[in-house]
Design a protein around this ligand. Structure first.
Ligand SMILES: CC(C)(COP(=O)(O)OP(=O)(O)OC[C@H]1O[C@@H](n2cnc3c(N)ncnc32)[C@H](O)[C@@H]1OP(=O)(O)O)[C@@H](O)C(=O)NCCC(=O)NCCS
Length: 213
């Protein structure tokens, strides 16, 4: 069993059936959200694309019991599972010419600050490295400090600026790039971060509760 199998948050490949949940997070995370069609294209046709989702267990909603018929049905039915698996974040990258270009990453606002974005990024860097990426790169809004902090934590450096990259407000983008993913020092860094990440995930997501905003 892989160590990650015992974590309270699981990473899985994104499927077309996930798109309803993905788009709900997309709409509250980005000023210019991608459409369902854009994601469908990525998943069905873009051979360079690799997308993942993060899931965790949350308490199942209770429907209540309204009348004697509901009580009767409940007596003969097994109790429903107390938890259900909820999609709480996603990310993706394109593998092009030995470079992983991270195209998106987002976490449900109700689940931010619980190491889920970090788990997605760490998993993606590991996946990209295994598939032969030498470096990972991305664009990030100059105003997006929380995302930049996450990337800096994972060794990304600001290597350039794309002027007016975002069409919704003409904001500039920093180009951020990792060192060589396969290098000894970077692999050591990933290993160290992974240990701390697993501990934090267990601490912050051990009890499957859902915060409301
Ligand atoms: C960026 C995002 C994915 C981070 O996800 P998250 O699950 O909340 O982040 P985590 O809890 O895993 O935090 C990991 C690291 O990110 C950074 N970080 C996350 N939230 C932060 C905040 N509010 N302020 C500063 N740094 C922050 C920190 O470096 C943190 O590590 P630390 O706790 O050791 O300091 C999330 O904020 C998000 O979905 N934002 C909207 C979409 C977006 O902007 N995507 C990036 C596009 S380039």
């Amino acid at each position: 069993m892989d160590e990650s199998d015992s974590l309270p948050v699981r990473i899985e490949p994104m499927a077309v059936s996930d798109l309803g949940d993905v788009l709900n997070i997309e709409r509250v995370s980005f000023p210019s959200p991608w459409s369902a069609r854009a994601y469908e294209y990525e998943l069905r046709y873009n051979e360079m694309a690799h997308y993942f989702v993060a899931r965790t267990n949350v308490p199942a909603a209770s429907n209540g019991h309204k009348d004697w018929w509901d009580w009767l049905k409940q007596m003969f039915r097994p109790a429903p599972a107390p938890f259900h698996s909820q999609l709480v974040g996603y990310d993706g990258y394109w593998l092009m010419a030995g470079e992983a270009h991270i195209s998106t990453i987002a976490v449900d606002p109700r689940f931010r600050g619980r190491a889920i974005g970090e788990l997605l990024l760490a998993h993606t860097l590991e996946d990209a490295s295994k598939r032969g990426s030498h470096v990972a790169t991305l664009e990030v809004r100059v105003s997006n400090h929380s995302a930049q902090q996450l990337y800096l934590k994972y060794g990304f450096e600001k290597v350039g600026l794309r002027k007016a990259y975002y069409s919704d407000n003409n904001e500039d983008a920093f180009i951020m790039t990792t060192p060589q993913l396969g290098s000894g020092p970077y692999q050591m860094k990933l290993l160290r971060l992974k240990g701390a990440l697993q501990m934090r995930l267990r601490e912050t997501n051990g009890a499957p509760v859902m915060r409301t905003v």
